[in-house]
Design a protein around this ligand. Structure first.
Ligand SMILES: [Zn+2]
Length: 107
């Protein structure tokens, strides 16, 4: 394996997505090639940096409630009874889903 073959496979190698044979070929190449080994180290440190919990964005509590409440209401029951228990799937008499769409629109 040469650099031209190895470099496109480095991401997959680091993610453990290569088969055993390809992974071994890459490892053999990395032992001999300082350039590709450097690239692997750079990709690995980027992967670690992107896993930093400080980069995760948690949804604000108000948004969580707004998104979660209708789903929880549907799961609580009444969703399958036509015109019954409310929730997202409460159908209008003519069968359209206007109620559902208006609930999902941003306010
Ligand atoms: Zn190389």
């Amino acid at each position: 394996m040469n650099c031209t073959e190895a470099k496109p496979l480095l991401h997959a190698y680091l993610d453990g997505e290569l088969g055993l044979e390809s992974a071994l070929e890459i490892e053999r190449h990395l032992e001999q090639c300082a350039d590709c080994a450097r690239e692997r180290a750079a990709l690995a440190s980027l992967s670690v940096a992107l896993g930093d919990p400080a980069l995760r964005f948690g949804a604000p509590e108000a948004l969580r409630r707004r998104v979660g409440a209708p789903v929880a209401g549907e799961a609580a029951g009444g969703a399958t009874a036509p015109g019954g228990g409310g929730g997202l799937s409460q159908a209008l008499p003519d069968g359209r889903l206007r109620v559902r769409r208006s609930r999902c629109s941003p306010s």
